[in-house]
Write a protein that binds this ligand. Sequence first.
Ligand code: PEP
Ligand code: MG
Length: 902
Amino acid sequence: MVKYVYDFSEGDKSMKDLLGGKGANLAEMTKLGLPVPPGFTITTEACRAYLKDSLVPESLATEVTAALRGVEDQMERTLGDPDNPLLVSVRSGAKFSMPGMMETVLNIGLNDQSVLGLAKISGNERFAWDSYRRLIQMFGKTVLDIDGDLFSDALDSLKAERGVTGDTELTAEDLKGLVVTFKKIVSEQKGMDFPQDPRAQMDMAIEAVFRSWNTERARIYRRRERIPHDLGTAVNICTMVFGNMGEGSGTGVCFTRDPSSGHSGVYGDYLENAQGEDVVAGIRNTLSLADLEDIDKASYDKLRGIMRKLETHYRDMCDIEFTIERGKLWMLQTRVGKRTAAAAFRIAIQLVEEKLITRDEALARVTGDQLTQLMFPQFDQKASKEFVARGMAASPGAAVGKIAFDNAQAEAFSAKGVKCVLVRRETNPDDLPGMVVAEGVLTARGGKTSHAAVVARGMGKTCVCGAEALEINAEARTVTIDGRVFTSDDTIAIDGQTGEIFSGDVPVTDSPVTTYLAEGLEAGLAAAGADEGTRELVKAVDFILTHADKVRRLRVRANADTPADSRRSIEFGAEGIGLCRTEHMFLGSRRPLVERAILSAPGSDERTAAFAELEKLQRQDFLEMLEVMDGKSMTVRLIDPPLHEFMPALSELEIKVAVAKATGEVDPADERMLMEVRRFHEQNPMLGLRGVRLGIYLPGLFALQMRALCEAAADLVAKGLDPKPEIMVPLVGSVRELQLIREEGEAIIAEVQEARGVNLSGVTIGAMIELPRAAMTAEDLAEEADFFSFGTNDLTQTVWGFSRDDVEGVFFPQYLEAGIFGVSPFESIDVHGVGTLVREGVTRARSTKPGIKLGVCGEHGGDPASIHFFHEVGVDYVSCSPFRVPVARLEAGRAAVLTEES
Ligand code: PEP
Ligand code: MG
């Protein structure tokens, strides 16, 4: 039989899947011998069974009886006993914390009789009746689904009647009367009496917690936080202890060390004569934890001892909830404390310095996403800012500009070189042009998976979304915030890390972490200035990244195609270039040359001349980059565009010719061009004449690139440098394609070598694995390749069959919302589908050439989760955009230590 109930003494912290986070940690504390009120946890499995059948599993009831009796025996009280009642709390607790999303009921076990018993044993009649009214209120709202306002309105009118403002000023008699009123609300609303049977109260509360897993707000929260919907929640049933039993009682929360710097110290809040809910609700001002030492030294000392013990045990900063009931300290909850990105680095390093954790562990405790957050430009901390509203922090960074209400306005600002922020009620794919030119995006509606948020993150643009305080009138081009009207003459600033919106200009600065990454420790510390916290942060990032570099197996390269980007990559720690795309080298002012080459007859003088001209230009491109990359590998990908990008736009040309025809003045050259453009027009250019296909279709095109590269390398060798070019053939599907290009390439290398009298034997030729067929026949392709690089962008689009340029902004938001993917497969590798092909490709390639060098150069090369996958499948390097290089170094290091751990 499945076991659905675990006494706190039976579980431990490793059982979060089954017992939820709270239950697992309560069990762990019980195991450590800490003063946890006795109790038990109903598993997430029981919740899943309930949700499946809408029925509490029968065996659960019997297990609960046994567990409850155990608690009763320990406490020497029975649930709801009229003279000496045991009271319990019933709390939700999922694997991942979902604060405030699910239900809790306190004081279960109180009824018309046991309230008298509680008054007697506590010697406090007021407290007993207050506890009883709290139970009816909470139970009525969360278990019986009664509108909570009915109870709070009744409470308010009683206070008004008595002429008091605080709950605490109500007398025992007042509260007795309130219980009668509350019970009346229950019977009026539900046609039933408030249940007097303590066990019935408990069972109903358990079921309510199960149900609360699927409330609308819980579902929305999970979608936003990417928590799977099928986990279910555990239910913790715990003996009630009371911080509101008068003097000598109280409740508090604390951290085992400074949650921001990691320094040891006394951090926490304490509230005398109160229950946990009162602290969270901010009803009264709290004292600091240090004050507890004066109030109750014995409890304070005991708590400090427990804090130390917990931290030593969890080997991390913990946060703790505790209650003191008449001088007796109880631990209600602990967990490894949440922290900001900066705090994560600082705490990790502080713990290493105190020799509580190893450097490997410190590395495992921070993430690439946290490092990314620290790298975005930020608002100058010292600048004065005028706060106007807050939305959701959807995509990090800091953006400042004039308000643009639509594409036209954004584009007009941009054309004048004026920075702007696109402000919309919400965005849709039509807003893309505006988003592209704006510094950032601000919306009044929608959450972290709204169109604006998803697209902005994809573009690396700052975004704040769902700022409900904004009333936008797009027609009038005004936005009203708290009665104040802003127009496009106004400047606003949005902070993508905090969701804050400011009025007016706020200076933006580079993050000191980025300065450190680009220019080294000294520069980073100089940028941090006198701010000790920032200095500690920069040192922490340096320490952890240095360790990551030491332990990682994956090499990290950059995708760069200009000398400036190449330099930046090296500064950020790239060990080579994994992908130099050559398409842009053919666009712009060089496009007419390409047009001429494509449209002229094969073998004609015109084509030869165009190719010769292009070769000259390419040689200069490569020369500059190879010089920057001296001594480091540089993979040059032969041209891979959809062909139409090099031709005049079909529709424009059609209009031009049609208009000319109407006026009878057609230029025959235009007509010829239109014919050619129509001939090359593709319905689906992504699957058309591109990559190696173009190289074969237009003989001489790849050859000019390869010759330019070899000549550039020869020039540098002659100057005593050490260029390391690698020729990469894109979109290969068949070994014969690769063979043809390879033969051509080898001939060129030999020719240049001969003519220039230099050794170019180090120039290698490899292929991209971008098509399922390439992955599935990699053992054949390997015969003709010195290396492979997985182009996971194309591999994703060909495995899924969707074109990344067309789908991401259009239906992905709905796909994410509907849970079809947790994250876009273009952002993080689809391990199950695309990943299988990568794994297969690796195995097949190595079956032919065990030592073949394998890399990844799709966007996934810079994505943390994907990097762990690539580490695991055993590729040699990942290549990503320059800005992601530090993140990739960090994650490659983490992958190494985490794999070792498991
Ligand atoms: C790829 O397909 O993964 C790749 C790197 O090539 P591109 O993005 O240029 O198509
Ligand atoms: Mg590609």
